[in-house]
Design a protein around this ligand. Structure first.
Ligand SMILES: C[S@@+](CC[C@H](N)C(=O)[O-])C[C@H]1O[C@@H](n2cnc3c(N)ncnc32)[C@H](O)[C@@H]1O
Length: 209
């Protein structure tokens, strides 16, 4: 695990309340829209990569999904999310502390139906990190499975939480995932931070052939 990155994220989640984070969403509407387009049944697996303290997990539980996996480099982030959910709901989720750029546990998963990443890939600046992300994704996602990736768009910010990011559009993401994935849907979406300032994102939905 990348110790300095883990420290960075642990520190942020230790200091700030979840709803003060610049990426906090009360209702993760664009992710909900894309999950609903996957038409999967409630027994199928959904992996939220870099889940943080995201309300996306709350949504999946409310929808009745029974195979939810939340993973993040920061144990503090996942503990905050568990705490908010409470013991009963938290027990419905599989929790994995792991680094997507040096995975130990995630790469053993298989037959994942939906890979969901909001605002994680764009932090991976090194080619090696991006390739490790891609190789893990390819290993764990089932044939016909879906990939939802949301990242800062080309018009978006160049930094987040003090870190440089890489900006994306649907074409860059399609090229990154390669020919085994079909782009089913994409849209621009402006997220408003708690300060009220806009953060433009690109949301994409791919399917593995
Ligand atoms: C901007 S936050 C987004 C959190 C969540 N997806 C959301 O939409 O609220 C980025 C998240 O990615 C996690 N993260 C960053 N680098 C990571 C890595 N290498 N492996 C796993 N998680 C990582 C951070 O801890 C943080 O929770």
């Amino acid at each position: 695990m990348n110790g300095s990155m883990k420290e960075h994220w642990d520190e942020i989640y230790a200091v700030l309340d979840a709803d003060d984070l610049t990426w906090y969403e009360e209702i993760p509407e664009p992710s909900i829209k894309l999950v609903s387009m996957c038409h999967i049944n409630i027994d199928e697996s959904i992996l939220d990569v870099g889940a943080g303290a995201s309300t996306f997990i709350d949504y999946l539980i409310i929808q009745g999904f029974k195979n939810i996996i939340a993973t993040d480099i920061s144990e503090i982030a996942l503990n905050k999310l568990k705490e908010r959910l409470g013991e009963e709901k938290a027990s419905l989720v599989r929790w994995i502390v792991d680094d997507i750029t040096q995975p130990i546990h995630i790469q053993n998963l298989r037959e994942i139906s939906v890979w969901h990443d909001r605002a994680v890939l764009h932090f991976l600046l090194e080619e090696k990190q991006q390739q490790q992300y891609l190789s893990t994704l390819n290993k764990v996602i089932r044939k016909g499975g879906y990939v939802i990736i949301a990242a800062f768009s080309l018009e978006g910010a160049k930094k987040c939480s003090g870190l440089n990011i890489k900006n994306y559009d649907q074409n860059i993401l399609a090229k990154f995932l390669g020919e085994d994935f079909s782009l089913l849907e994409y849209f621009d979406y402006t997220h408003y931070m708690p300060s009220g300032d806009p953060r433009p994102y690109i949301y994409t939905l791919f399917q593995k052939k």
